[in-house]
Design a protein around this ligand. Sequence first.
Ligand code: ATP
Length: 274
Amino acid sequence: LQGRNRKKKVIDKLTFEEIGGQESAKQELKEALDFLVRHDEIKNFGIRPLKGILLTGPPGTGKTLLAKAAAQYTNSVFVAASGSEFVEMYVGVGAGRIRDLFKDARTRATKENKESAVIFIDEIDVIGGKREGGQQREYDQTLNQLLTEMDGMYSSEAPRILLIAATNRKEMLDSALLRPGRFDRHIQVDLPDKKGRRHILELHAKNKPLEDNINLDKVAEESYGFSGAQLESVMNEAAIYAMRDEQNKIAQRHMSMAIDKVMLGEKTDRESTI
Ligand code: ATP
């Protein structure tokens, strides 16, 4: 119980405007959400309601941010969990946690007077990995419970639930999760391009003093291949370098040093895991 309470986090509000780049992912997500809120029409037309959206792409590209923004956009409560929280030694514990997650989301929505809840499950591949022919893993029950919850999502009264899951390894997912009526909307969240990187840098520079002549285009160019999370680190490290330098503002050289540091840090991390 303790573990469950510790890990399930309630996170602050966030809008799509606070997410840099990712224009097509934002657009696709908003379109899906716009459709979702027209629930009466959906019902009239006999359209199968959208239950799950799968966000796929490398780590640190803003998948969690997109899920949070989706909750804000649809005026829903936001409940987040990670696939690894459901993997337990004892059979049935993970399944129980899935049940609680859905129950919690409904309770919170009702308490806060909201019509809907967004449940975000990061690292869905941990519980939703492919089930190889006949081989039963002890946490198959967890996946089965998730499928059961998804199937029953609209048989119960409001609050409605939208499930958003994220993975870096879509090809690993069990086909049961990808079937129509489950996670049938997939949105790719790629590493940002140069324009996206610049946008992300600008967002993370907002609360930082920058020299007037700083060239963020150049920084965006030099940070090719960086994720949003790495760009956030670059801005943070640059501020640290400026402070160490006894300066009042962040200069271009601090940005370049920060890029090197983040790049090197990643390399060292990778080497240490080999
Ligand atoms: P993971 O797959 O590792 O869970 P993720 O794709 O969910 O990663 P987030 O948790 O959304 O990534 O991003 C981590 C942090 O990186 C954010 O809190 C934010 O500071 C920064 N970040 C990532 N992407 C963006 C973005 N597109 N715009 C602004 N900040 C970003």
